[in-house]
Every structure is written in C-alpha cells, then in structure tokens.
Design a protein around this ligand. Sequence first.
Ligand code: NAP
Length: 306
Amino acid sequence: MEDVIIIGTGCAGYTAAIYTARANLKPLMLSGMQPGGQLTTTTEVENFPGHPEGIMGPELMNRMQKQAEKFGTRIQYEQVDIVEKQPDGTFLVKTASHDYSSKTVIIATGAAPRHLGLPNEKELIGRGLTSCATCDGAFYPDVPVAVIGGGDSACEEAGFLTRFASKVYLVHRRDELRASKIMADRALANPKITPIWNSTVTAYLTDEKGEMRAMKLQNLVTGEESETEVKCVFVAIGHVPNSSFLGDLVDLDENGYILQIPGRTATKTAGLFAAGDVADHFYRQAITAAGQGCAAALEAERYLSH
Ligand code: NAP
C-alpha cells in the first residue's frame, strides 16, 4: 500500500513529489504519455523565478525530476487507465500492466493540445500536422508553414518556427491577438510572420503522398474562401484537460477541468487531490502548477496524519 501516488510528471506532479518525498512519504509517480509534461515541448522559459537568464523547458523538467528522485521519489512510465475508490477508503490505480493501491492520490495529469476537429487530422499527425514546434519545426526548413491560434503559445511557436521556415502564417479567428503584449508585439514585428486575421482553417489539403500541401481558409467576416500552400500546420489553440479517466470520483466543469474545493486542491473525494493544468483553466502557468503541486502535497500529508 502506497501513501501517495502522483499521476503526471509535469511541474505540478514533480513539485508534489519533492514535497511528499521530503515528508518521507516515498511517493510513487506514474508518468503517462508525455513524461515531463508540456514544458518538454517548449523552448526557453523566461518567467520561472530563479532563472534570470531563462532556462530551456526540457532542462527545467530534468532538474525537477532529479530533485524529486534525490529525496526518494519512484517513477514508473505507465499510463493510468482508471482510478477507483475502495470500500476501505483507499484507492486502486490501474495501468495496463499493474494495479496499485494507495491511501491518497494526487492528479497532476495536465492538459493535451486541442485540435480543430477536421476530418483527416489523425492521418496527418506527423505528416504535416502537429502541435509542437520545438519537436517538429526543424523538419520544415525553407518552406512555408502556418500556426493556428492567437495566444502566447501561437506567438511563441511562430517565432520559433522563423528559425527554419521560409515564411510563417499566423492564422487567427479574430483581428486581435489574445497573447500578452510582449509576445504579440514580438510576433507581429517579425518580418517572417504574416498574420491572417479573422480566419479559420476549414480543411487540410494533402498531396499525392498524403502529406500536408495547403490549408483551406475561410474569412469569418467576408465569408471568402481561399487556399494557402503550407508544408506543415502547427495547431496552438489551447488544451483539453486529461481528466476523463476519473469517472465520478471528481466533478468537472463544462470544459472538463476538475473542480477543486474552493481555495484548496482537494476534490469531492476524500484523499484525492488535483493540481496544475488539469484543474486550472485560469492561470495555466508552470509556476502556478508548481504552487498547486506543493499545496496538494501538503493537503495529502495532512490527510494522512489525520
Ligand atoms: P490560450 O491563451 O487559451 O489561446 C488559445 C488561442 O487559440 C486563442 O487565441 C483562441 O482564440 C484560439 N482558439 C481556441 N479555440 C479555437 C478554435 N476552435 N479555432 C480557432 N482558434 C481557436 O492558449 P495558449 O496560447 O496555449 O496559452 C495557454 C496559457 O499558457 C496562457 O495562460 C498563456 O499565457 C500561457 N503561455 C505562456 C507562455 C509564456 O509566457 N512564455 C507561452 C505559452 C503559453 P480567441 O483568442 O479568439 O479565444
């Protein structure tokens, strides 16, 4: 029987692990599909306190992992399928290969990139459709590419892609970016980035090899349709929280985010805590996720000591 199982290895998960490990609870982490979370697919992180020169996202996550392991955290690279509450108040956490039992569970599973829901998306992933510029940008040198979205992620990805691509279209459904002013100004000042305002992508068009050839666009103000040739489309339109495996152990809001007890990381199920982007649609920052990971660890410790 474990004292604490932490599901997810992003900022929230590792911070919860550092705190529970230092409290001698020997946490077990189950890492899921994307070990290290969203920061492993970003470039430089300039706003995590303590790194005045900035730090690369994957490096920051490596350091968190080392810090968690240094105090006795164990990590298993397994995807959790289901969590169930047992009659004795403990939890059964099932993966494809193991059943684990634990007195408390911290959910820190983050959120996955959202897609537009166009018919051939699945076939195109890895063939000119992606949501990770850091991972795939270098595969598209000297060709036009597009980023969809108007937030900080879209601006960051577009800026990063200008290192490789001949031209980066930034397709946004409104005529004003949602991104913070500094990120928006930086993107719009970049001569390699061409914004396409008030527009949505209505189809991904492929070549004879089944790879991305162009995007079909619709101007949402005029209704006009057009085609723009691109070799890759990077989708940056936000995220969907990874909360569906929890069944009725938690209440979710209309977008699937876990509802915590106000001001806490506790959920409606005693002993089950939620931290980071799986529960936070408002701040969604690495540092706020880390803060919630700390809070969830402290709440789990208190729950165990009572
Ligand atoms: P976001 O802020 O939610 O922005 C999503 C963008 O996608 C919005 O511009 C939205 O348009 C657009 N969008 C959503 N659904 C769409 C759809 N179905 N079709 C077309 N466009 C759609 O998400 P994010 O950019 O991933 O950022 C998430 C959080 O991480 C934010 O808090 C952000 O500040 C933070 N972040 C920070 C940094 C940094 O500081 N270095 C970098 C990346 C992200 P509308 O604007 O019209 O709603």
